[in-house]
Ligand binder design. Structure first.
Ligand code: AKG
Ligand code: FE2
Length: 380
């Protein structure tokens, strides 16, 4: 089916073509297609092989879901009496789920409900605006960092598209997006709310980086030492997945691993979109509302010399309901060099020293892809 551009409802996006020329193309605003009650999926949005429809994904049953335990962050904190069994057991659970899945759910993380509710309000506020209001509220950028309001990773005129509109910005360091209108002006408190959330999330991530190291019997600072408190980067991506007429044929995000250190996620609205490849099967992550999800990124895989692996994951769409997730990508400063931890028990190093910014540039250059190959950049 041909996609009719409805008034000005398209993302105008720039990309460098294979001859190195800067090109501009227009891609449909998915939310607008859904708002217009689209009944048939336009061909451009078919982004899975036709012989591998998304419905073949696999849901954990109750017994298997024990392999995906929820981590109680309060148990991990060091306080009076916390060196006892509770903390030790929680660290064992953390090591096991992080190694097996590359991602884990957390509760009792210390981020107030009101902070999360405010995030939900501003994000829904933004996506509740008309397209014109959204365009006025925030700029669109399609640079190497994939920022602004638009589609994910547009690289050519004719490429397949994902069933998503996304809003991406750099939240830390504070001056990272100076001069760019990447923070929505509407809702007016968007930036303030998001920055508060980001700083709360940073504390949790720092704590988890220490706990992850400890859970692997490493010195607790070995990962966290790479995350300078002033220069580390936190990029925010709000993923908006409207109801999709053919969830079997169109993914919200195609398979990828995150290029980050740690990824920190919350979701609003429906659950059941995130899937991870496990033992060669796409498994729907059993992610209930009111838990947050933390994922291992490529950079942490490198720092841990592959003891932790960044999971290969994707996002399925849903037929009747919208889903929103907010992803924080927590990275060491882009000038920082990272290398696998020095640990006798690990044997040979499988990854080399890399500069974070160079790793990320390569990651963006070759993503999206059909396999986890970006990490080869750091493999020995
Ligand atoms: O929407 C989700 O649950 C996951 C999003 C994701 O994988 C990403 O933003 O990298
Ligand atoms: Fe991801």
């Amino acid at each position: 089916m041909e996609i009719k551009e409805d008034g000005n409802c398209f993302h105008e996006t720039k990309f460098i073509d294979q001859h190195g020329l800067l090109r501009t193309t227009k891609v449909p605003v998915v939310q607008q297609l859904a708002r217009n009650g689209l009944k048939h999926l336009p061909d451009r949005f078919i982004n899975v092989p036709l012989d591998q429809p998304v419905v073949s994904s696999f849901v954990l049953d109750a017994s298997q879901s024990q392999t995906f335990p929820i981590i109680d962050v309060a148990q991990l904190r060091i306080g009076p009496g916390s060196e006892g069994l509770g903390r030790a057991e929680e660290l064992v659970k953390l090591a096991s789920v992080a190694k097996e899945w590359g991602m884990f759910l957390i509760i009792n993380h210390g981020i107030e409900d009101s902070v999360l509710r405010d995030v939900e309000d501003v994000v829904r506020g933004f996506f509740g605006l008309s397209f014109e209001e959204k365009k006025l509220s925030v700029g669109s950028y399609m640079n190497v960092d994939n920022m602004g309001y638009g589609q994910n990773f547009v690289r050519s005129e004719n490429q397949r598209l994902s069933w998503i509109d996304r809003l991406a910005m750099k939240a830390a360091p504070k001056e990272a997006s100076e001069g760019l209108l990447v923070w929505p002006q509407n809702p007016a408190n968007f930036r303030q709310v998001m920055e508060k959330y980001v700083e709360e999330a940073r504390k949790v991530c720092n704590h988890l980086l220490e706990a992850l190291a400890e859970s692997l019997s490493l010195e607790k600072h070995v990962f966290l030492q790479n995350f300078d408190s002033k220069k580390s980067e936190i990029n925010v991506r709000v993923n908006y997945y409207p109801p999709c007429p053919r969830p079997d044929l169109s993914l919200g995000i195609t398979p990828h691993s995150d290029g980050s250190g740690l990824t920190f996620l919350t979701q609003f609205g429906a659950t059941g979109g995130l899937q991870v490849l496990k033992d060669n099967k796409w498994v729907t992550v059993p992610w209930p509302q009111n838990t947050l999800l933390v994922g291992v990124g490529d950079l942490l895989e490198i720092m841990s010399n592959g003891r932790l692996r960044s999971p290969w994951h994707r996002v399925a769409t849903l037929a009747d309901v919208e889903r929103i997730s907010v992803t924080l990508f927590y990275n060491p400063p882009s000038q920082a060099e990272i290398e696998p931890v020095n640990d006798e028990g690990l044997g040979n190093k499988s990854y080399k020293k890399v500069i974070v910014g160079e790793y990320m540039r390569n990651y963006y250059k070759i993503s999206p892809t059909i396999d986890k190959v970006a990490i080869n950049f750091a493999k020995i």
